[in-house]
Design a protein around this ligand. Structure first.
Ligand code: SAM
Length: 227
């Protein structure tokens, strides 16, 4: 394994540190806004070209995607980090359909579930793995689209914690794209949602998936009659 002589770090570890630093600086280079925006426009214009969508953005950052979503309907835009939240508020202040919320989305989405909220579009765009949202995120969507940013396990530095996390969610420490997509579709069925991949784009170290989600009747889906 190639190592830097002065730091003793591997090339991958150095690259990982650089990415983390760019994330800390909130650089667009690690957000891929252009690719995400073009996917959102393609998917939403095809699947649901309505102007009155209800949209939940769980990791809004400074609002790159929030501005686009506001063209499709009401947006609840969550951001936890104070300095970034302030920029989000500033960047969206003229958008009447945007409500910004400074919350920890990993916790707050449980509150939305208990309030029986429903959305047409949900966007999961964390820096790390979004796995902790599954399967219950599906309770927030009866029919619509779920966008998910998923880090590629094989380009991440697999320390023991990440490996244990991935094994607990996917049964293996290095799941490939197909395994992850199939597992997300299975998690949909935990809450009787039919989940189908409609688009996947490759953004260097992450995939960006778009899933069509639709609630189904257990009896119809399984062709079993309740007696
Ligand atoms: C990948 S960035 C989002 C980028 C944004 N969607 C865009 O395209 O410009 C992830 C964001 O989530 C925020 N964040 C991190 N942990 C959070 C949490 N627990 N709840 C809500 N936001 C969080 C970070 O501060 C960061 O701004």
């Amino acid at each position: 394994m190639l190592k830097n002589v002065s730091t003793g770090k591997t090339y991958r570890a150095i690259r990982h540190d650089i990415t983390r630093e760019k994330q800390r600086q909130n650089a667009d280079e690690v957000h891929h806004p252009d690719e995400k925006i073009s996917q959102i426009k393609n998917v939403l214009s095809e699947i649901c070209g309505w102007g009155d969508l209800s949209i939940l953005e769980l990791f809004a950052g400074q609002g790159n995607l929030t501005k686009i979503y506001s063209e499709y309907g009401e947006v609840l835009a969550n951001e936890y980090k104070k300095s970034i939240f302030e920029k989000l508020v500033e960047n969206t202040k003229d958008l009447m359909l945007v409500k910004c919320n400074r919350v920890d989305s990993f916790i707050d989405f449980h509150k939305l579930i208990s309030l029986k909220q429903k959305f047409d579009v949900i966007d999961l765009d964390p820096y790390g793995f979004p796995n902790r949202f599954f399967p219950d995120i599906f309770l927030l969507i009866d029919k619509g689209v779920l966008f998910v940013t998923m880090p590629k396990p094989y380009v991440n530095i697999l320390n023991g914690i990440t490996a244990a996390h991935l094994i607990s969610y996917y049964g293996e420490q290095n799941p490939n794209e197909q395994t992850i997509i199939e597992r997300i579709a299975l998690w949909g069925l935990c809450h009787w949602r039919k989940v189908e991949l409609i688009d996947s784009i490759d953004c260097k170290s992450v995939w960006r998936f778009a899933f069509a989600v639709e609630s189904v009747k257990a009896t119809d889906y399984t062709n079993v009659r309740n007696r």
